[in-house]
Design a protein around this ligand. Structure first.
Ligand SMILES: O=C(O)CCC(=O)C(=O)O
Ligand SMILES: [Fe+2]
Length: 270
């Protein structure tokens, strides 16, 4: 079980919201314990080995940065983390009470990896500029290792989300960056429109992070979240998990006089 070490009080929540709107990012230290971070890290490592055994190579950055996709259904620890109360509180505040998850993956920056490359996150990269000024999406970087300036920590350009556009090639290189240095178990929250990247890993140890993206419910998720847990697995799970997986979105059917909801394989009547 996850131990919730401290509830996010309203003052801290207001600070997180302010920073995400004005600066574009906010760090909360030690959201989970080192033991919990280690449990999640081990679960990711098992999935990496499974991917390798199955010939799946979701890597970039000279093959040294590896993604593990669609993790929420693959271990109980990820089902707990995706709906962690601190995370849900922040994204409900930024993205609405009916917030949904867009994607939940791991990003592993291996030894000798180059920088990931400056970018903005989905759905912004799929959109025309200028972006709308309200937040559509937010990124949750779970640090499953200490993040340091040497091991591939995430870097952001403060205030860049306010440009409402993507960085031109090379544009971000000359700008001052903020590096998310924090202990294992901490979270970096970012506004999805901020210019950011993972830095090069100059050490001989992989840096493991989880990336939980959350959207306003009107934005189609990046991964097919409703399909990642089947109906049987969801029995006994929380309403917030069902909401995050997009199982509660009502698709109106005015002719039939009821709504449809997503299941793992299709739709059901509500
Ligand atoms: O792992 C990180 O530090 C950030 C990766 C990232 O920005 C992404 O994959 O969109
Ligand atoms: Fe990103």
């Amino acid at each position: 079980m996850l131990t919730i070490k401290s509830a996010l009080d309203s003052e801290r929540l207001a600070r997180a919201e302010h920073d995400l709107r004005e600066i574009g990012f906010h760090i909360i230290d030690n959201v989970i314990t080192v033991a919990e971070a280690d449990e999640a890290r081990e679960a990711i490592w098992a999935l990496v080995e499974e991917d390798i055994a199955n010939g799946r190579n979701h890597s970039y950055g000279d093959g040294k940065i590896r993604r593990v996709w669609a993790i929420v259904g693959k271990s109980a620890i990820f089902r707990r983390l995706i709906q962690h109360p601190t995370v849900v509180a922040v994204w409900k505040r930024m993205l609405g009470e009916d917030v949904i998850a867009s994607t939940f993956t791991a990003n592993i920056v291996g030894p000798g990896a180059p920088a990931g490359g400056w970018h903005i996150d989905y759905p912004y990269w799929a959109m025309q500029t200028p972006f709308p000024s309200g937040s559509l999406t937010g990124q949750t970087v779970w640090m499953l290792d200490d993040f340091t300036a040497e091991n591939g920590a995430t870097a952001c350009i403060a205030g860049s989300h306010k440009t409402l556009r993507r960085p031109e090639l090379g544009e971000a290189e000359g700008l001052e960056m903020s590096v998310a240095v924090a202990p294992k178990g901490s979270i970096l929250f970012t506004n999805g429109a901020i210019w950011h990247q993972c830095l090069p890993n100059l050490t001989d140890t992989p840096r493991v992070g989880l990336l939980g993206m959350y959207n306003r419910s009107v934005i189609y998720p990046q991964e097919d979240m409703p399909r990642q847990l089947n109906d049987d697995d969801l029995v006994g799970e929380s309403d917030v998990l069902k909401q995050l997986l997009g199982r509660n979105i009502p698709f109106r059917d005015p002719d039939e006089g009821h709504n449809w909801h997503r299941t793992d394989t299709g739709f059901r009547q509500s």
